[in-house]
Design a protein around this ligand. Structure first.
Ligand SMILES: NC(=O)c1ccc[n+]([C@@H]2O[C@H](COP(=O)([O-])OP(=O)(O)OC[C@H]3O[C@@H](n4cnc5c(N)ncnc54)[C@H](O)[C@@H]3O)[C@@H](O)[C@H]2O)c1
Length: 279
């Protein structure tokens, strides 16, 4: 049996429901021996003054996260609220890890949000994206990799040889088959951050930082909201040399990159059945 992650404690962010890609990574990492802890978006004391609607959304999102972790990974799996856009929430999360003597050997960043993408609504063209929508997508989907990593490092919660992994998409580089627009710009920033962090943290802490671009996937909440994604899934399935990659392909590659002794860093991997090689 492959126990390459035995002795590793891995933080999995970005689980909302059973369709979340992060869940497949959590399962595989655990199968390979890792101890899993999870963080999910939810209401924190730092969300003061938000509307009732926003509070309701955060509460429902957190309940869904807690139920999913309990049902899919077991009630014993530690689960914490974390809004990566709020420094106070990151610090509370770090304090909680310290209180529980949890030290990490890596984490999965599986977080994205773009206000210009709403289920059933046509995605805004880049020219129509407001400054607020632009920076909010950047904040949640790209800068959060910096702020979460910084929080964990400053609080000495990431062991040497740790592995950081972020999820991305081909739309970071190219105009995708379906409109990816504003979030594509944020993913480009995310990938560039991966490369910069890989250099800085490789030198300073022997920590590696990589990203995986995954096939289009409608099984998750984020995926199901993207206009035209179902058609993209079909198109890519037919045009990828091996058909679309499945969540288990993502999970296997992620678990590999999370191994403590693997010297692979600064990589933007394509786990997409080979779709990226098509012209
Ligand atoms: N679905 C696809 O087609 C696809 C393809 C390639 C890459 N990805 C990427 O995979 C990752 C996971 O997406 P998914 O498809 O599993 O969808 P998902 O909806 O299950 O996951 C997105 C997660 O981001 C979290 N999130 C949003 N704002 C947050 C915040 N402020 N603080 C903390 N968490 C926050 C959500 O709660 C959710 O858990 C994303 O980065 C996404 O861009 C998705």
């Amino acid at each position: 049996m492959n126990e390459a992650l035995k002795g590793s404690t891995i933080l999995i962010t970005g689980i909302t429901d059973a369709g979340s890609l992060a869940l497949s990574v959590a399962r595989q990492a655990r199968t390979e021996g890792a101890t899993i802890i999870c963080s999910g978006l939810g209401r924190t004391p730092h969300h003061e003054g938000i509307s009732d609607r926003a509070a309701d959304f955060l509460d429902k999102t957190y309940s869904a996260f807690e139920e999913t972790v309990k049902a899919e990974l077991g009630a014993e799996t530690p689960a914490f609220p974390l809004d990566v856009t709020l420094d106070g929430s990151i610090q509370d999360f770090c304090d909680e890890l310290k209180k529980q003597d949890i030290l990490l050997n890596g984490f999965l960043h599986s977080i994205a949000m773009d206000k210009t993408i709403k289920a059933g609504v046509v995605i805004k063209s880049i020219l129509d994206v407001t400054k607020e929508e632009f920076f909010s997508a950047m904040d949640v989907s790209a800068y959060s990799l910096v702020s979460l990593t910084r929080g964990l490092i400053q609080n000495q919660l990431l062991e040497k040889n740790s592995s950081i992994l972020a999820l991305s998409y081909l739309g970071a580089e190219k105009v995708a088959y379906h409109p990816y627009k504003n979030i594509g710009v944020a993913k480009a920033a995310l990938e560039r951050i991966v490369v910069e962090l890989a250099h800085e943290l490789g030198v300073s802490h022997n920590i590696k930082v990589n990203a995986i671009r995954f096939s289009p996937y409608t099984g998750s909440k984020a995926g199901s909201a993207i206009q035209g994604l179902a058609e993209a899934v079909e198109f890519c399935e037919n045009h990828s040399p091996m058909g679309n990659a499945r969540p288990e392909d993502l999970a296997w590659e992620s678990a590999y990159l999370l191994r403590p002794y693997v010297r692979v860093t600064g990589e933007i991997r394509n786990v997409d059945g080979g779709y990226h090689i098509r012209g």
